[in-house]
Ligand binder design. Sequence first.
Ligand code: BGC
Length: 249
Amino acid sequence: MFGKKILGIDVGGSGIKGAPVEIAGGKMLTERYRIPTPADAKPDDIAEIIGQIVKYFNWRGPVGIGFPAAIRDGVALTAANIHKSWIGTHIPTLVKRVAGVNSAAINDADAAGLAEMRFGAGQDKSGTVMVITVGTGLGTAMFFNGTLFPNTELGHIEMQGKDAEKYASDFTRKNEELDWADWAGRFNEYLITIEKLFWPRMIIVGGGVSKKHEKFFQYLNINAELVPAQLRNEAGIIGAAVWANQLRV
Ligand code: BGC
């Protein structure tokens, strides 16, 4: 309990969630604190909410932020489900200015993947392992012998003439009122497409749907070993904190 602690924050399409994380054990030290994501949130609006989470925990130490975009050297490069003005934003600079703390930013699915590989369903798994987070979008993280290949963004491969995440995300399941079997049929097609490209040994299904896996896992049939995420919706927070630790923020 006396190891290093970092505040992990997961910026998602519907909520921004944070909790202090004990790094060595990969454990959240408190319940997560969640603030709904405002529609069309611009960089300053989200940074403001990050500031509220920092204040809530009275935090002065380092912060790790998982963010739903491709992130290179702290800069958001894409904006699929977020305001376009995020593109080109250096997240740690913004967060320092608005919230007054030092931080590191990582793609949200990469964050969840890091946590699952270190503390969850992918522990000690060698070879190629993919973590797919299913929520507002489809997030992907790819590992080979435990090392992350960042920003794979495989939620945007084309399926049925559209972005895969418009076809098979959880948002689409709700939006098109698909039942579990119908949605799972689409998700299985997506998994097979990914499988044909990378032949992972294991696919870990995370994000909001992972806690409902018993509703749809029976409809999935692929070659790789398929397992639900173990850390559920804590993975993004824990992985963001682990990332900030790796970057020695
Ligand atoms: C974004 C990814 C993100 C995923 C899950 C996609 O739309 O492009 O960066 O990981 O959604 O949030």
